[in-house]
Design a protein. Structure first.
Ligand code: NIG
Ligand code: FE
Length: 422
């Protein structure tokens, strides 16, 4: 069947078209200074792809019969690419926010059986249908803020059945929501409590991950990436290397939760393995910064997480950027450490806390987010040949995207040229 790609579209009357155009790979260093801001420009979309970008009269002449979309003086830019979320979960964990306020630390809550363990108990008790109906409105909220591609991790199941159940939920949700989803297997999100309770439980769970879960997930085509929470108290560097080695052999791309709260060599491991991304990096070492800067691995920063956990430190974004690493931003949307669907708010934190420029933040949330998902050739740019994944914001200047913090300025989005939200 020929997919219905709709009639050609011509986007006109944008105060700015922010193209992020350039090489189809992660940007770094001086390449992050210019997000490609055009005025007086129009964008033509044919068959779900960008066909032309340029001065309005020129593009309008070539696409005279296209349906016009009036951007009403707003900012038109690539849809945001959120390359790190844990969007499939059951109940929210509001009680933990208060526990932290009263002095309990995130890892201490986990040691007492809360945190990720609490979401695991909850998810295991829910049906696939129930999880689908909880996830759909949450993903729609993410999309409503201008996000057009979302990576979604499993990791609250931690048994073969419950992890597969979660990945199936992602596949089902993907056929319901307009936003594009990229599934990641995170069976190594925690060591399940039942495995922590016996002497060789931990070893057996890792063996289950390596010999059964990863091969099965890959065989069924349920995930594009595998990820590990590499952190003191969760998985060690050696265990992470073993698990990710199995993922690589099974044909999955690899990602890492690295040096989130304490430095343990996670960033160095990501660079050594040629991981697609190393995420968090709140406690990355100087060696880790050098390792990422000298690698193709995208350093994905999640400033919402450290803010929400009440930490007084953020990832050393300037050292990473100035050292030449490819930096992306993402929400880390999850019930424990970052329950925000608002990606533009993450850009606010990037500028005000991580000291990034607005152009760096925009490129980190588009082109480099796409690179963190192996999609740099597909999405993240308003340039000929790229997917027509677009977001229109009620702003006159793209620098207002991080400026109006906590606001909801996204008017409409399109995914593959199809109207998605607004
Ligand atoms: O990215 N660090 C591990 N995973 C999540 C938190 C998940 C949770 O607390 O439920 C994170 O911060
Ligand atoms: Fe995470």
């Amino acid at each position: 069947m020929i997919p219905d790609l709709g009639r050609p579209l011509l986007f006109v009357n944008a105060a700015q078209v922010v193209t992020c155009a350039g090489p189809a790979r992660a940007r770094r260093g001086a390449e992050m200074r210019d997000a490609g801001v055009l005025t007086g420009a129009a964008v033509a979309v044919v068959d779900g792809r960008i066909a032309a970008v340029g001065p309005r009269d020129e593009v309008e002449r070539r696409y005279a019969s296209a349906d016009q979309v009036d951007c009403g003086g707003g900012v038109l830019m690539p849809g945001l690419v959120d390359s790190h979320t844990h969007a499939i979960f059951g109940r929210p964990r509001a009680e933990e926010q208060e526990m932290r306020a009263s002095g309990l630390d995130y890892m201490e809550i986990a040691r007492r059986g809360g945190g990720i363990h609490s979401s695991v108990r909850d998810l295991r008790a829910r049906s696939e249908d129930e999880l689908v109906s909880m996830a759909v409105p949450r993903l729609q909220r993410l999309a409503s803020h201008g996000t057009t591609t979302v990576e979604v991790k499993s990791g609250y199941g931690l048994t073969l059945e419950d992890e597969i159940k979660t990945l199936r939920v992602i596949a089902r949700v993907s056929s319901i929501v307009q936003v594009r989803l990229v599934p990641t297997f995170l069976g190594a999100h925690e060591v399940p409590l039942e495995a922590r309770a016996t002497a060789d439980g931990r070893k057996n769970y890792i063996s289950l991950l390596v010999h059964e879960m990863i091969p099965r997930v890959a065989e069924q085509g349920l995930a594009r990436f595998a990820d590990v929470f590499c952190e003191p108290g969760v998985y060690t560097v050696a265990e992470s290397r073993e698990i990710l080695g199995a993922a690589r052999r099974a044909g999955l791309g690899i990602k890492l939760h690295a040096d989130e709260l304490r430095s343990s060599g996670g960033a160095e491991l990501a660079a050594e393995l040629g991981a697609t991304s190393a995420d968090h990096l709140g406690a990355i070492s100087d060696d880790g910064i050098r390792a990422l800067a000298g690698s193709e691995t995208v350093a994905t920063l999640l400033p919402g997480t450290l803010l929400f956990l009440g930490k007084d430190r953020q990832a050393p974004a300037r050292a990473l950027l100035d050292g030449g690493a490819a930096v992306a931003l993402a929400t880390d949307f999850n019930p424990g450490t970052s329950p925000t669907p608002n990606f533009p708010l993450i850009l606010t934190l990037a500028v005000s806390q991580l000291r990034m420029s607005a152009a760096e933040a925009v490129l980190a949330a588009t082109v480099n987010g796409a690179a963190a998902l192996g999609l740099a050739g597909e999405t993240g740019q308003v340039a000929p040949g790229f997917r027509a994944d677009l977001a229109l914001f009620d702003l006159e200047d793209v620098r207002e995207l991080p400026y109006w913090y906590g606001d909801h300025r996204c008017r409409r989005t399109w995914v593959d040229g199809r109207h998605a939200t607004g």
